[in-house]
Ligand binder design. Sequence first.
Ligand SMILES: Cc1cc2nc3c(=O)[nH]c(=O)nc-3n(C[C@H](O)[C@H](O)[C@H](O)COP(=O)(O)OP(=O)(O)OC[C@H]3O[C@@H](n4cnc5c(N)ncnc54)[C@H](O)[C@@H]3O)c2cc1C
Length: 302
Amino acid sequence: MFKSFIEEYTGNHLGLLLENEPLAKHTTFRVGGPARLFVVPNSKESLIQTLKLIKKEQLNYKVIGRGSNLLPSDQLFEGVIVKCDKGIDHIEISGTSVTVGAGVSTILLANRVSKHNLSGLEFISGVPGSVGGAIYMNAGAYNKEIKDVLVKVLVLDDEGELRWLTPTDLNFGYRTSVMQSQPNWTIIEAVLELEQGNSEEIADLMKMRKIRRIESQPTNMPSAGSTFRNPLPHYSWQLIEESGLRGVRIGGAEVSKKHCNFVVNVGDATAQDIYDLIQHVQTVVFERSGIKLHPEVEMFNW
Ligand SMILES: Cc1cc2nc3c(=O)[nH]c(=O)nc-3n(C[C@H](O)[C@H](O)[C@H](O)COP(=O)(O)OP(=O)(O)OC[C@H]3O[C@@H](n4cnc5c(N)ncnc54)[C@H](O)[C@@H]3O)c2cc1C
């Protein structure tokens, strides 16, 4: 299975292929065991062909972006990781309409459109990740979410068919989308609608927000951003703080002293350390408040 996949993938020049590649190199937590195969398709067409090949060979797989919301286990992933990166990184701007590949960095995109006097992505200018990951998670900040600027999304479904989905089809919620219940669908590209703005004002707003993030979040340490969803009207950071968990450590994983809803890797954490700390926080917060915290971070290959 893997052998014929490798032969066809390389024979058809679909992109980079690595064997037993540590996922720790591809997650912002800097943890995760090896993937049996790790591929980075070199174009939109190659991505589609890669997924069809995976289906033909009936291989276990997962599509990822920049790994900024993922906690893979330390174990071997016996399948193919497909990373959307360079190759699926087209950005086409036409008036206020932007067509963008799933592999484009959201930070890069926010900066690029701002230079074209386009407003609407300032909120995501400090959110690491790819366009595909942002749609999958309905990433958001400052009371805005990616859904607010989406017109349509091109998805390869589990039958190998390409279809355009509307925001209604994608059924967005707080850090949720229909994609989370369709693990075999892949986001290929998206069309966004932005507004005319002023590049200097947009740049000033993004700069101000960047400063605010640096002041309030441990942006200099490996993490996956907010660890838990907010159980509104409560805030996770507050429940964690009130449970006396600020700064608590298991191995190399720590509840950030700077922002309690961030678990950070203080240098030598294993994925297991982070996983155990997440469970510990859930237990202690539940015992104190009766509220169950649900991870925003996605556990994978556990
Ligand atoms: C310092 C820091 C700050 C953060 N701040 C925020 C914040 O303010 N707001 C916020 O919402 N998030 C935040 N996050 C979390 C993270 O940035 C977002 O969830 C981001 O959108 C994830 O994108 P990604 O490309 O890294 O996805 P990944 O982590 O690679 O993947 C996440 C999920 O998306 C799926 N996926 C990725 N690409 C595709 C695709 N092309 N097709 C189908 N499925 C796909 C993966 O299979 C996986 O299930 C933060 C993270 C960090 C590290």
